[in-house]
Write a protein of this length. Structure first.
Ligand code: SF4
Length: 67
């Protein structure tokens, strides 16, 4: 599974981390909003439900499953 994070939209709320802590983390970015980052480049299919929840509940609609 491949995931895109739109860093123009992401503001580091961390909802994605709450939904899928094995997949996302929030990192600091001096001079701009904190933002999400993938812990694993291509998460295993077993994590799809959690990733779908992260996509659904991201308040900025920054996440997309692309594959
Ligand atoms: S929930 Fe959305 S806006 Fe918040 S850190 Fe995750 S991707 Fe970024």
């Amino acid at each position: 599974m491949r995931i895109q994070i739109d860093l123009q939209l992401c503001q580091g709320h961390g909802v994605c981390v709450e939904e899928a802590p094995e997949v996302f983390r929030v990192v600091s970015a001096p001079g701009r909003y904190d933002h999400a980052e993938l812990i694993v480049a291509e998460p295993d299919e077993s994590l799809r439900k959690q990733v779908e929840a992260a996509v659904k509940f991201c308040p900025n609609r920054s996440l997309k499953i692309v594959d």
